[in-house]
Design a protein around this ligand. Structure first.
Ligand SMILES: Cc1cc2nc3c(=O)[nH]c(=O)nc-3n(C[C@H](O)[C@H](O)[C@H](O)COP(=O)(O)O)c2cc1C
Length: 204
């Protein structure tokens, strides 16, 4: 059975418009896979789990270095890295905060980024990504237009190159907090775009 890993950093939970788009995407994705006879399951890493992760501090970094040197990945600090490696498709849901995304997501990504697990350096010092997934979908919503300040998605796209996830996709509903904008219409348009992306993923 294949696995869709949903990293849900939508802090406002059920009130989150980003989460609404993520649920729409995942429902459509699963339906499409079912219709084509593929067997998929979903695992969600919710904002409560993300909130329980801590940034690496000095003592944990020292412990991590010693474990990496011993190639001992049994410690729970490597759990998130192991999960992302074995996922077949990754979905990140992140509201657009401060030109990027909530800090919770950064801590999660720090926990995923482990030399020897998510990427391995060859003898020439070139990293080879170890993730099984061939694609990642990044979904956001924003108060204003994002324009060329899409730093959250661009950062995740860069990490995917390191982790060995070759294709990344982006969908957003932007300008939702601008007075006079029709937020419901913007959300509907985002869902149309999401449906197109799913078709593209399916045909690739
Ligand atoms: C802490 C915080 C930071 C935000 N920063 C930005 C920002 O930099 N640019 C922007 O356009 N909107 C910003 N917003 C507005 C949100 O992006 C917007 O309301 C979004 O739809 C919230 O997503 P949600 O409904 O999934 O929680 C911010 C909101 C919060 C709470």
């Amino acid at each position: 059975m294949k696995k869709l890993l949903f990293v849900n950093s939508c802090i406002r939970k059920e009130a989150s418009r980003t989460l609404e788009l993520c649920r729409f995407y995942i429902n459509c994705f699963m339906k499409m896979q079912k219709m084509s006879g593929a067997d998929w399951e979903t695992e969600e890493i919710g904002s409560d789990i993300l909130g329980s992760l801590r940034p690496l501090d000095r003592s944990e970094l020292a412990l991590r270095d010693s474990l990496l040197a011993a190639k001992d990945f049994s410690h729970s600090m490597f759990d998130q890295a192991k999960k992302i490696i074995s996922a077949d498709h990754v979905v990140i849901g992140a509201p657009y905060w401060d030109l990027q995304f909530p800090a919770l997501l950064k801590i999660y990504l720090e926990r995923c980024s482990v030399t020897g697990l998510t990427f391995i350096y060859n003898d020439e010092g070139i990293p080879a990504g170890q993730c099984r997934a061939d694609s990642l979908m990044y979904i956001t919503t924003s108060g204003s237009p994002i324009g060329d300040m899409n730093f959250g998605y661009e950062y995740v796209h860069g990490l995917c190159q390191l982790f060995g996830i070759p294709k990344t996709y982006f969908a957003s509903a932007e300008g939702l907090d601008i007075i006079g904008n029709d937020a419901a219409k913007i959300m509907e348009n985002a869902k149309v775009k999401i449906t197109d992306i799913i078709k593209e993923i399916q045909s690739s």
